[in-house]
Design a protein around this ligand. Sequence first.
Ligand code: FES
Length: 343
Amino acid sequence: MNFTVSIKDRDEPISVEMGRTILDAAMLAGGPFPHSCRSGNCGTCKCRLLSGEVEMSPFSEFALSADEEKRGFILACRAVPWSDCEIELADEDDQMVHPMRDMACEVKAITPLTHDIMSLRLSILSGGPFTFTPGQFADVALPDQPARSWSMASQPDDDFLEFYVRILSDGRASRYLADHLQPGDQVRVKGPSGTAALREERRGPILAIAGGSGLSPIKSIIDRAAKLGWAEPVHFYFGVRDERDLYLVDHFEGLCAAHPHFHFTPVLSAPSDAVLKAAQRRFGLVTDIVKEDLPHLSPSGTLEGFTAYLAGPPPMVEAAERLLPDLGIAPNAIHADAFYSEA
Ligand code: FES
């Protein structure tokens, strides 16, 4: 038995098989539907239930607050319809509209960036052209592997796609990438997706915070801002554990030299003794360092008017989501992509 889910202001309703989530059905139907973690943790798939009944499986309070729930919001990745429904997508203005592509790509290069992060560079063989907004991601399926959501580090007008991928010891797809994938192999890429992407029309100061492979979308965002001649300050904090986890430092230092109002601050949370003694870096949690730097970020002592982009491990992203409204950034100007790992 199937239920019909209509999306306000969209022509095609979705047919949802009993027991499936609205997001699953929307993805199966091939239409664009905002999503990221697919596990009730990020809030990207938030929408308002206008009519009908759904059952929600457990989700994080960061994705959907009790207040939002009371106001009728649901998470499409957690909501299983029990009747025909009508929903309205949240923040329709903030959705990135690019055609969804399902592309065959060829591996051009696989390059280690740190001891556990690799760059995967692809060229598109068929199914393009592919456009996206910097900060978005795509689902990448390596040969005979489950698809994984990886963010583009490249620019929309580059003639290649690049992803920075953390190699997880128990990660099926990432281990395959590290141990077996070769230049010349073919992979499938479906996308783009995600809403934690650069708002080009919202000119103003930017605060970007990345951790680990979260550098991928943040690099795309910052490079794009540089390309656009962003006139307002851009502050980028890159949090990692130790010196060996840093990468692309030269790239960002070069960018700051060329654009004096761009600022790059690497932060080490668990430095080795030798690094600690050399003391050329900032040490601690990246969110504590942002708080400490508030007087430099804004002499007025508030980050009102800033737009924030966050990407990386969930504890870092969640800590920043808690902190930034206290520092004056409007909640709707905080765009976050927490990387939930899939084995
Ligand atoms: Fe539904 Fe992340 S995609 S909460």
